[in-house]
Every structure is written in C-alpha cells, then in structure tokens.
Design a protein around this ligand. Sequence first.
Ligand SMILES: Nc1nc2c(ncn2[C@@H]2O[C@H](COP(=O)(O)OP(=O)(O)OP(=O)(O)O)[C@@H](O)[C@H]2O)c(=O)[nH]1
Ligand SMILES: [Mg+2]
Length: 403
Amino acid sequence: MQIGIVGKPSSGKSTFFSSSTLIDVGIAAYPFTTIQPNKGIGFIRIEDAGKFFNVTSNPRHGFLIKDENNDPIRYVPIELIDVAGLVPGANEGKGLGNKFLNDLSSADALIHVVDASGSTDAEGKTVNEGSHDPIEDVKFLENEIELWFLKIIKNNWPKFSKTIEKDFSKRIHQMSQNLSGIKILSNHIEKAIRTLNLDEKQFGTWTNDDKKDFAIMCRKLSKPIIIAANKCDLPSGENNVKRMKETFPDTIIIPCSAASEIALRKASKQGIVKYYPGQKNFEIIGDLNEKQKIGLETINKNVLEKFGSTGVQECIDNVVLKILNYFPVFPGGVKGLADKDGNYIPDCFLMPPKSTALDFAFTLHTDMGNGFIRAIDVKTKQIIGKEHLLKYGDVIEIIFNKR
Ligand SMILES: Nc1nc2c(ncn2[C@@H]2O[C@H](COP(=O)(O)OP(=O)(O)OP(=O)(O)O)[C@@H](O)[C@H]2O)c(=O)[nH]1
Ligand SMILES: [Mg+2]
C-alpha cells in the first residue's frame, strides 16, 4: 500500500514525511524544495494481538512499544511518498505540473498537507501569517487531481467509445486496462458508473459532463483524501482548522504540527525525552539546554495541550484504517504463536475491506490459497471456511494441502 503526501509548495509535505519515516530530506521555506519524490516507510499504529494471548510479540517488520497502561501497540509499515508541490494549473503543466501528478499514480490514498497557519500563498511563497486562506488550498488540490484524471480519461476515450462489447463487466474490464496506470481499478470504475447511473449508456454516447462526473467519482474512490491541517503550532492554526471543518464537514481534517513531531522524535532518538509516535505527551529523561527546554515547552503548550497530539500519526492511522478501511490480521497457529526462531506473532498483514479467509491464505502464499482446506480462528479456536469474513485483530491459521 502506498500513501501519497500532497499539497502546494512549502505546506510542510517533506517535514511530514520526514517526521514519520525519520529519513532526512530537503526541508526549506521556499517553493519546490522537493523535486524528485522521496519514498520511505512510515507506520500505522494498531492494537497488537499479543495482548489477547498474554505474549509479547516480536514484529519482523515495524516495531512494538508498551503504552502508559502497559498495553502493546504495534507499528505496521506502509509506504509513504512525498512529492513536489502542486500549484493551480498543474494539470496543464504549471509548476512541475504533470511530472508531479504522475509521481502520484500508484498511490492508494492521499494525505493533503495544508498550511493551516495561512503563512504561505497559493504558490508556497512566504506571506504574513494568517493572510492566506487555507480553504482555497483544499479546493484547488482536489480540483487539480480531478482535472488530471479527466485528461487521462479523455485521452483514452477514442479507445473506450470504439467498444462494442455489450457485457457490462467486460466493458469495465477493458476500461480498467487503460486506467490501471493511475490505479483506477475495475471496482472503482464499476462503482463510479453505477453511482452515476451511467451503466445503460454506451461509452460512445457519454457527454462531456458525464466524463467530468466520472473523473470526479473515480478520484474520490481511487485517491481518497484526508487533510493534515499543518503548522497548527502557529497562532492562526486553531481558528483556521475550525473554519475548515465547518466548510468541509464530510472530510476528515486533523490538526497537525509536523515540525513538532520531528522535534519530539529526534529528541526521543537522542534519549532526551521518552516519546512514541502518536503519544499525547512526553516525559523528559535527559539533560536539556535552555533552547531545547523552551522548544519542548512550546510544543507542549501550543500543540499537545491544545490538540491532543502532533496529529502526524493520527493522519496515517486514519487514512489506512478509516478511509481505506484496511484492517490488521495476524497469521498464527493453535499449537503455537512463535516461529521456528521463537519469535511470537512475527507477522501482521493489512487486509482490504471484506477480506475472507481465502483472501488471507492467498496473501500469505499462493500455495496456501490454492491448497486451502479450512482455516482456524486462533482466538476462538473455531473452524472457519473460505468465505468467512475476517475482522480487525483476527489471528488465523490456514490448513492447506501441500501439493
Ligand atoms: N511552524 C511550522 N513550520 C513548519 C511545519 N511543518 C513545516 N514547516 C516549515 O515549512 C517550510 C516548508 O517545509 P517543507 O517540508 O520543505 O515543505 P514542502 O511542502 O515539502 O515544500 P516543497 O518541497 O517546496 O513543495 C519549512 O520552513 C518548514 O520548517 C510545522 O508543523 N510548523
Ligand atoms: Mg518538499
């Protein structure tokens, strides 16, 4: 799974990326600091299944921490991509335009980093704090991505309109072969067409408005967006977040301070504070100089006490678990939860909505899927069949025929 970090120049995309991957990348207060995309591993935070069995898991990928209540929290890796800033008109090639957009092709969802403090204009140039309205930024970004989609859909239309195939699912399949490059998949296409009541209409007779509605719907389904209302540590942030939430009641908007998250994670790495990503507070454990002391006090007062967290972890968790509705499932066995090296529950897979026991078997190994006999819910010890729908936190054993 890949999550794209998008927004206008200087909104704090690279700061956000760096705060969750701990990869040092170019960060600066001028537009187009990033040109080549940065790719790295971030983590979503989930409840670990070890708690149920009273064991401490040893993740093969990602890591595990114990929270204040001594409950295990597992951080599961996902891919993040930080791309160049987008300016109005990008779909026509303005700024870094099409290159930027193409870098987002393989993203499953987007985190839109908005400068909620209003201290940069539409092109990312520094202006007086509070003087630019971030609501404008939210509108333009969705629009640019939809126009990019529309352009690709229109470019492919001569191929679609030649389709004489009567069968609906075959027509969708043909279309998806041309749109899979930007990860518009056949289930997105089908849902978009049905929602817009275009299923009876041959492609050759679609109007420009039909195509536009279709592009917008495909964008919503294939690149859903969550908003990281960044730079909330600055005074104008709080009121702007409130206004943004009122203006876009159906969008998840999370107050965020990526710069604070970087500072806390770096301080934690240096052993100055005890802090884990997403924590509501931190504990000072090392000696601080005056500058560090003031910096940490400011983060506490302007971010943690006001908004409850820096917001970075919350954005990543929400995009995967609430927007894409993926959920964690752990492979395990009724006879034991450790692998041959003694590592407990080493693996965790993020499964898409409506995944079945058979889908999970195929995720683990093609042979397990092909040779599937039955599965066992390790928590309840119940036998489950192929079609059984899995849920958050399931631990599943697959019994299969080794051919
Ligand atoms: N106050 C504050 N400043 C921030 C925050 N996040 C980023 N910044 C600052 O905003 C400026 C731009 O940050 P970048 O991360 O380089 O922004 P970007 O969106 O990657 O910019 P481009 O790569 O040019 O598109 C830098 O000066 C950052 O230090 C934040 O949470 N609070
Ligand atoms: Mg950048």
